[in-house]
Design a protein around this ligand. Structure first.
Ligand SMILES: *Cc1c(COP(=O)(O)O)cnc(C)c1O
Length: 409
């Protein structure tokens, strides 16, 4: 497999980046990242960064996080050898990292539990979040209930209409859901409302962002809470095969499950990273440099900088930007990113269901498809880990409608 990895320190110095594992530097990942927010939020971001630095080495905090990850979240998750999927692909050995088995059915818990504990440590009395399809809102509501912190979620009214079950789930979990009617009444409008709320109530309120996006220090905080995925993979593959994987595969929406998978391996240049974006929301594949959600990164936009409408069969990948650290990995060639369209993702969805008895989230199905395609070009003695970011129960209605429209069911 060809790797184009610019990780020798010489090359990185020439690019002015520094060691990848030590980023961000001054809140930036090369040219990407930063804090493109109204002045009024800068002190809040500084306070957040200071609080985060203090818990990194705080024994009590880390112990509480570990206990909740294990006893409430169900970690560590298994690394499963997918024998029939491997036989089907016919070459490299395919393992699945089972984030679908985490409480709530996806990796999102890894991040929300960390940030909610941080909010508690900072003495915040309420947590706000924005949500598109509702998955992040539900995960936040879940830990809010468990820790006894009130949660309020901003959601576009178009999305509320499309995602009734998740709205009900959030309410059932005790969260308040605020409809946003501005603009196209979807995720980007909900983000603006959440930022407005935060600016007004910054003393009492913690803003809990759901992926490796937003202004510094959020991309770093979310990455660090998600790196448990990659840390576990490293231990599990070393114990089992006495070597590191040759290829890591994950789907990329904002990029948190992918970065959590990749980041612990960033200095291991023999480990190739493959990110699967939705073809209709491929910010890395088709975007250009811009600012969204407070950070400079790859954005899908028109020539006037207006954010493009995106489309994907999987709501979690339907986002017009991507985390700044992925933009840097892509620019340096440290990560490879490919587009997977709805039809291919659906093939991955059926394949995993029928060969392994595991119904993946439609987001994760993009990674399954990409991983199987790539396995065919690799050797039998090579090792692939595909991160299964979530389970597919939430997607059954979408999948059924898709099949009915095609006449395949
Ligand atoms: C939210 C979600 C994603 C996309 O988010 P990332 O930040 O890119 O990981 C992927 N898979 C599932 C199951 C999700 O719920």
């Amino acid at each position: 497999m060809a790797t184009r990895v610019a990780t020798s320190s010489n090359q990185l110095n020439k690019l002015g980046v520094g060691k990848l594992s030590e980023l961000p530097k001054d809140g930036k990942y090369g040219d990407f990242g930063g804090q493109y927010v109204p002045e009024i939020l800068i002190p809040a971001l500084k306070q957040l960064e200071a609080a985060y630095e203090s818990i990194k080495t705080d024994f009590e905090f880390q112990r509480e996080l570990k206990v909740l990850r294990e006893e409430y979240g169900g970690r560590p998750t298994p690394l499963y050898f997918a024998k029939r999927l491997t036989e089907y692909a016919g070459s490299a050995q395919i393992y699945l990292k089972r984030e679908d088995l985490v409480h709530g059915g996806a990796h999102k818990f890894n991040n929300v539990i960390g940030q909610a504990l941080l909010a508690k440590r900072m003495g915040k009395q309420r947590i706000i979040a924005e949500t598109g399809a509702g998955q992040h809102g539900v995960a936040t509501a879940m830990v809010g209930a468990m820790l006894g912190i009130p949660v309020e979620v901003y959601m576009g009214s178009t999305d509320i209409e499309r995602q009734k079950m998740n709205v009900y789930r959030m309410k059932l979990l005790g969260a308040q859901v605020h409809p946003v009617i501005a603009g196209s009444a979807t995720l980007k409008d909900a983000i603006n409302e959440a930022l407005r709320d935060w600016a007004t109530n910054v003393q009492t309120t913690y803003y809990l962002i759901g992926s490796v996006v937003g202004p510094h220090p959020y991309p770093m905080i979310v990455r660090d809470f998600q790196r448990v995925i990659g840390d576990e993979i490293m231990g599990q593959t070393l114990r089992r095969d006495r070597k590191l994987p040759d290829l890591l595969v994950a789907c990329v929406g904002g990029g948190s499950n992918a970065l959590g998978t990749f980041y612990p391996f960033v200095n291991e240049s023999s480990v190739h990273f493959l990110g699967a974006e939705a073809a209709g929301a491929a910010s890395l594949g088709k975007g250009s440099v811009g600012v969204l959600h407070g950070a400079k990164t790859q954005v899908l936009q028109d020539e006037w900088g207006q954010i493009s409408e995106t489309h994907s069969i999987s709501a979690g990948l339907d986002y017009a930007a991507v985390g700044p650290e992925h933009s840097l990995y892509k620019k340096l060639g440290r990560g490879e990113y490919i587009s997977v369209n709805d039809e291919e993702a659906f093939e991955g969805f059926r394949m995993l269901s029928q060969l392994e008895g595991i119904i993946p989230a439609l987001e994760s199905a993009h990674a399954v498809y990409a991983g199987v395609q790539r396995a065919r070009k690799m050797r039998k003695d090579q090792l692939i880990v595909i991160t299964l970011s979530g389970r597919g129960d939430k997607d059954l209605e979408t999948a059924l409608r898709y099949e009915q429209a095609r006449g395949t069911v």
